[in-house]
Structure formats: structure tokens, C-alpha cells
Design a protein around this ligand. Structure first.
Ligand SMILES: Cc1ncc(COP(=O)(O)O)c(C=O)c1O
Length: 426
């Protein structure tokens, strides 16, 4: 029965490549609905069908899906369709059709995040989302912001600019990769709090190693002390399922061109309702908008057509199933990690347990820098990864598969690493 289903699906998959991608999504949604995510994680028939949705170049092995991920065909097509609509009568179609549909997009994203739609602003990316809060939060000279050495450099730069402009003070702590425990991470943050700490800025998933941070514990600990927490969710939304209440956060920003596979240039900002009035918008907004989440969206004219396909990207994610996706991503990471963990000179920087990791993993190779290894992997093996370095802490590569990654591609990477660890970059 299962095999028949697969053959029919594969045949229909060809049809989907010619523009009926919705059928592909429908098939994924109804696939062995009783199977648990862990069973689907290694059901290669299922992931074969998922792969039909993408148009990636198989002559390179893309193991950097962290920066931006490809969109499935259905999302690419929606983007083209909305662009075509825009050009048919720009002012009319944008103002009367595409723009009002933003509230549909907002609603779908909010439902998945578990917040009220009136708490979610559409942005171009995480940088915009977080900088709205970083620059919009009232702070006094001498107030301290606590962050880590592994937080995203643009976000650290934003705080440094506020230091120069407003006299606030940025304090940074480091943590080991991998950390000895989740308790250790919470304790490090807690120990670094001073009477002047007003904001804690942490990532939900660290872009360096993929470390998932204990955000809920930090938010609750900080709230009890009257400290605000800004959560950089650039890498978490749609990588694995969670809701606002799982984090218990007041501010969260993400990019949808990463794990949701939405068009490049899409993201969102969540602000808890009672906090909206006190955050200044980055672009000016009138006083009557003070409590309206849309005050953060007034960026002037921009390519509206890239936002409407977000709904299609949410459909695609839901068709795969958020739990199934996370289970598959963990399986892919563990496949390469288990193949290289015992190699000489290799150190895995990412913890293995589900609470602390999902798709992303990082490794360092003694005597070789991250940029050197990245360069060699591309030149010798056509494997694309990203170097990740934290000054004085580590120089590593980050490996980031996605749902379309094949087991064979993971094995090519693992064999290349075996060569690098035993014979050098020859
Ligand atoms: C943790 C984290 N925050 C913020 C960003 C910035 O994302 P964007 O360039 O989409 O704004 C990234 C990008 O990789 C990231 O990994």
C-alpha cells in the first residue's frame, strides 16, 4: 500500500514540477498521517517527494542553508505571479489586493507563533525586526545591555552605536561550545546581571554553532528582576516547532528567508501587546499609531509582491509538518556528526540533545581554520559550508542541511572530512 502510494506520488511529482505544486503539498500533508515524526524522518520515499518541490543545483552540495534557504517551486511561482499582478496595474493591485492581504499573512504567521496577529509586524528580515526594538527601546545613559560573544554581529553593532550615541553600556559574556549543561548557560547569564542591567539580548539558536539557548528560563529569570529580554530568532522560526509561550518572551525577531523558505527579504517582529506603545518605531509613525503594531511597518514603497507568498511558504511547511521537518533535520545532522565525531583533531561544537540542537552543527579541526576548511571543501569536493569564528574562542565550520538534502550528500561531506582529518587538506 505504502509502495503504491509512493509510485503514484512520484509520478504526480513530475506534474507538480510543471506548476501544480499545491498537489505536492496536499500529498505531503496526507502522507502516512499516523506515522510519528521519528518514523517519517527516515522514510526516504517521503523525502524524495519533498525534494521534487525544489529547483536546487545538485552540482554543488549546499550545506549552508543557514544564511538564506531556497524557496520551493510553489513559493517561487507565487512570487512571480504577484509580481506580474503588480505590473498589470501597480497602484490598484498593490493598494487594493496585495497590501490588504498582508493581514492574512500576519494571521498565518501569528497562528504558528501562538500570538495575537496584532502583536506581529512584517519586516524585511531579522536585522530590521531587532533593530526596531534595539533603537526604539527607551534607555538612559549608563543602562547596561547584556549579550554574548556569539550573538549576531549586526545586532552587536546596533548596541555599539547606541553606546556611542546614548551612553548605554554593552556587556558581553562568553559560553563554551558545547556547554557543560543548560543550567550552566542560565547561570552564566544570571551571574553577569548587575543592578544596571536593563536588557538581555540572546539568540534562540546561535548562528555560530546552532546551539539552542534556554530562552524561556532566561526570560522568566529576567522578568522577575524587571529586565527586558530581546530574543534573536533569526535561526529558529520554522526550523523546529515552538510558540511564543514556549519562550515566554516579549520581543522576538526572525527572518522568513531562512527556515520558512519564504522569498528573500521577509521577516517578522513580535512585540507583546502591552509593550508596543513604549517602543519607538524606527521609521516615523504618527502618535495615533502608538499602540498599533503596524507602526513598525511604515518603510515607504517597497517590493510588496515578496510578502504575499509567505502564506504559500507556511502552507509548504505545514504540509511537510513542523515536527517531521525537525526530526528529519536532526537525523541529517546526526548522520554527519556520528560519522566524524571520533576522527582525530575533530571537535564537535554543538551539543547532541534535542533541547539544544536541531539542523545546524559546527565542527573545528585542530590546526586548520574555518575559512581554510571552507575553501578546501568547495574547491576539492564542491561542498558549500560557512566558516564561523569567534575571536579567541574557536575557528570552525557550520554545516546546515535542509529538507531537500540527500543522505548521499551528507555522506560526501563526511568522507571529505575523514580525508581532511586523516590526510590533511590535500
Ligand atoms: C542569529 C541571527 N540573527 C540575525 C541574523 C540576520 O539575519 P538577516 O540578515 O536576515 O537580517 C542572522 C543571519 O544569519 C542570524 O543568524
Amino acid at each position: 500500500m505504502h509502495r503504491r502510494h509512493f509510485v503514484a506520488s512520484a509520478a504526480a511529482g513530475v506534474v507538480s514540477l510543471n506548476g501544480q505544486a499545491l498537489h505536492l503539498a496536499d500529498r505531503l500533508a496526507t502522507w502516512t498521517p499516523s506515522a510519528t515524526p521519528d518514523k517519517v524522518a527516515d522514510d526516504e520515499d517521503f523525502w524524495f517527494t519533498v525534494r521534487q518541490a525544489f529547483t536546487v543545483d545538485r552540482n554543488n552540495i549546499n550545506l549552508n542553508n543557514g544564511s538564506v534557504a531556497p524557496s520551493p517551486k510553489s513559493v517561487q511561482q507565487a512570487q512571480l505571479d504577484y509580481l506580474a499582478m503588480t505590473n498589470m496595474s501597480p497602484s490598484y493591485y498593490v493598494d487594493e489586493t496585495l497590501y490588504p492581504a498582508f493581514d492574512v499573512v500576519r494571521g498565518r504567521l501569528a497562528a504558528r507563533f501562538g500570538c495575537d496577529a496584532e502583536e506581529l509586524a512584517l519586516t524585511r528580515n531579522t536585522t530590521e525586526a531587532l533593530e526596531i526594538v534595539q533603537f526604539g527601546m527607551p534607555l538612559e545613559r549608563g543602562d547596561e545591555i547584556l549579550t554574548t560573544t556569539q550573538d549576531y554581529p549586526s545586532m552587536t553593532s546596533a548596541w555599539r552605536q547606541r553606546e556611542r550615541r546614548d551612553g548605554v553600556v554593552l556587556r558581553m559574556i562568553s559560553f563554551p561550545s558545547p556547554p557543560p549543561s543548560v543550567d550552566d548557560l542560565v547561570a552564566r547569564v544570571e551571574r553577569a546581571i548587575t543592578p544596571k542591567t536593563k536588557v538581555i539580548h540572546v539568540s534562540h539558536v546561535y548562528f555560530t554553532t546552532g546551539q539552542i539557548f534556554p530562552v524561556q528560563r532566561i526570560c522568566r529569570m529576567a522578568r522577575a528582576r524587571g529586565i527586558e529580554v530581546i530574543v534573536d530568532g533569526g535561526h529558529s522560526y520554522a526550523q523546529f516547532p515552538f510558540t511564543r509561550d514556549d519562550l515566554d518572551c516579549d520581543y522576538f525577531g526572525t527572518s522568513l528567508h531562512k527556515w520558512l523558505s519564504a522569498p528573500v527579504g521577509t521577516g517578522f517582529l513580535y512585540v507583546r501587546k502591552e509593550k508596543i506603545p513604549k517602543i519607538w518605531s524606527l521609521f516615523a509613525s504618527p502618535p495615533e499609531m502608538a499602540a498599533n503594531i503596524r507602526k513598525f511597518e511604515g518603510i515607504g514603497t517597497f517590493p510588496v509582491h515578496i510578502r504575499n507568498p509567505i502564506t504559500e511558504a507556511v502552507d509548504f511547511w505545514e504540509s511537510i509538518g513542523p515536527e517531521r521537518k525537525a526530526a528529519r533535520l536532526r537525523l541529517l545532522r546526526r548522520r554527519w556528526v556520528n560519522a566524524v565525531r571520533e576522527l582525530p583533531k575533530v571537535k564537535i561544537l554543538t551539543p547532541d540533545d534535542d533541547a539544544q540542537s536541531c539542523a545546524l552543527g559546527a565542527l573545528s579541526l585542530d590546526g586548520v581554520t574555518g575559512p581554510q576548511l571552507t575553501d578546501w571543501l568547495m574547491k576539492r569536493h564542491r561542498v558549500h559550508v560557512r566558516p564561523r569564528e569567534v575571536s579567541g574562542e574557536f575557528s570552525a565550520i557550520r554545516v546546515t542541511p535542509n529538507v531537500y538534502t540527500t543522505l548521499q550528500e551528507i555522506d560526501v561531506f563526511a568522507r571529505a572530512m575523514t580525508h581532511a582529518a586523516t590526510r590533511g587538506l590535500t
